[in-house]
Design a protein around this ligand. Structure first.
Ligand code: ADP
Length: 483
């Protein structure tokens, strides 16, 4: 691995006030999904190290919370600066362990760092309130205080940004964090911890625990010292963690699965819609929870849209993310390849037909051809489940009412997209979609400035924006009497 600063690639975890090396103990080898090559190893940690991390976090958090917001912000700003300065190395580590093209990985580092900058700025605006009193001798004050120690569990699709989106607001608010990264992509999180230490983050405030998910998750969820659980991942695991958190009544932030509709109305700018569909569908090779999962096209433009999309998809180069011009890397693992194959087989057996792709790529391994299916309908698996791969299924719809019903006919409610030009329609449809986020004439909605999150089975809470601090703060009402 060619890094400008090789010390960013560390085969060790920061736990409490020390680093636990993989070498000399039980460890797990991490592989590059593009080549199968071993990159390095991380220690197999479990309940004991998680308990240590929590104990250290409890102590570190109390001291951190006593600092002024400006002092906390200056550490976060230094961390942000280091992320940007080391962007190329962080992106290289990310591509090697996750597979996304290097250009996309650099984009993720910039995006990830933006949450640290944003919450460094917000740290100084965690304002309370003074409310007009209910009696002449009373005054009502509301303080916003840190919630305490936070457990964060993150996924493999954005190993950098899903960490910063949680750790940024937590640290800004005065909390400490014990983080469990995804088993496929621990090195991006560890590299950020190396930089956090360099930025002056006090020891114990950010621990990273790699290893047995159920054991680590069990301790984190059962601990009374952990006041917040923030999780991004599958709805299945989210439900389990929600249940495990019930006995200790934790605050919860859950960013779970999606099943995003992408709607193209007759009056849409078709070229813009195709461009948006490529971004919303094929970014990270279809492996994001906000990826378009169902593409609904109105009858009058169905053929034209399908033809234009096929041309655009034919230009997408598949390969190792380190190679020039590659826009689609490998899928994360064999299960991901099996799922897209199942969805294609199911749809074709029920009457859909292939416009392009449809099978494993000639490159072999975890590479898959970008695929378009047409004449897809609600009876097919792809209408109900997130594919999480490069499959664009085209559904046909009649009118606005019809497509709103189809789009909302899912247990999920994270992102949705539509392309239309009629202003009244834009308002009507944006209001009618039962989703936490709506992209109108755009295929990309994520940014540190906006509240990201879902409704229904897609989760609880919002990340980013000033609302992204809510999970990490508690309101305290102080009633002053006898005045
Ligand atoms: P995916 O199937 O896409 O990997 P998961 O929801 O299983 O999605 O994974 C997201 C994160 O949740 C990962 O860090 C994973 O290790 C973690 N995870 C999975 N199962 C558990 C569990 N029982 N307890 C705690 N964390 C878990």
């Amino acid at each position: 691995m060619k890094l400008v600063d090789p010390s960013l690639f560390r085969q060790a975890c920061p736990v409490a006030d020390r680093w636990i090396e993989a070498e000399g103990r039980q460890a797990t080898t991490i592989r590059n999904p593009a080549t199968g090559e071993a990159l390095g190893a991380v220690p197999d940690l479990g309940a004991a190290e998680t308990v240590d991390a929590i104990k250290a976090a409890v102590i570190a958090q109390k001291l951190w919370a006593k600092k002024t917001a400006g002092e906390r912000a200056s550490v976060l700003k230094a961390w942000h600066r280091l992320m940007i300065e080391n962007r190329d190395d962080l992106a290289m580590i990310l591509t090697l362990e996750q597979g996304k093209p290097l250009g996309e990985a650099k984009g993720e580092i910039t995006y990830g760092a933006s949450f640290i900058e944003w919450f460094a700025e917000e740290a100084r605006r965690i304002n309370g309130e003074i409310i007009p009193g209910h009696q002449p001798d009373k005054r009502i004050l509301v303080l916003r205080q840190p919630a305490g120690v936070v457990a964060a569990i993150t996924p493999w699709n954005f190993p950098n940004a899903m960490m910063t989106r949680k750790v940024g607001p937590a640290l800004a608010a005065g909390c400490a964090v014990v983080l469990k990264p995804a088993p496929q992509t621990p090195f991006s999180a560890i590299a950020l911890a190396v930089l956090a230490e360099r930025a002056g983050l006090p020891p114990g405030l950010l621990s990273i625990v790699t290893g047995d998910a159920a054991a680590i998750g069990g301790v984190l969820t059962a601990s009374r010292d952990i006041r917040v659980l923030t999780f991004t991942g599958s709805t299945r695991t989210g439900e389990l963690l929600y249940r495990q958190c019930a006995p200790t009544i934790k605050k919860l932030g859950l960013e779970l699965g999606g099943n995003a509709p992408f709607i193209v109305f007759d009056d849409a700018d078709l070229d813009a819609a195709v461009e948006g569909a490529i971004i919303a569908k094929f970014r990270n090779n279809g492996q994001t929870c906000v990826c378009a999962n169902r593409i609904y096209v109105q009858g009058g433009v169905y053929e034209a849209f399908a033809a234009k999309l096929a041309t655009a998809v034919a230009a997408l180069k598949v390969g190792n993310g380190l190679e020039r011009d590659v826009v689609l890397g490998p899928l994360i693992d064999e299960n991901a390849v099996a799922k897209i194959e199942t969805h294609i087989r199911d749809a074709v057996s029920k009457g859909a037909s292939l416009v392009s792709g449809g099978k494993r790529h000639a490159l072999g391994g975890l590479f898959f051809e970008p695929t378009i299916l047409r004449d897809v309908d609600g009876s097919m698996q792809v209408a109900r489940e997130e594919t999480f791969g490069p499959l664009a299924p085209l559904f046909r719809f009649r009118d606005e009412q019809d497509v709103i019903e189809q789009a909302n006919d899912t247990e999920f409610g994270l992102a949705s997209y539509f392309y239309a030009r009629d202003l009244s329609r834009v308002f009507r449809v944006a209001e009618a979609l039962e989703y936490g986020m709506v992209g109108v004439n755009t295929g990309l909605v994520s940014t540190a400035e906006a509240p990201f999150g879902g409704v229904k089975m897609s989760g609880l809470g919002r990340e980013g924006s000033r609302h992204g601090l809510d999970e990490y703060t508690e309101l305290k009402y102080v009633c002053l009497g006898g005045i």
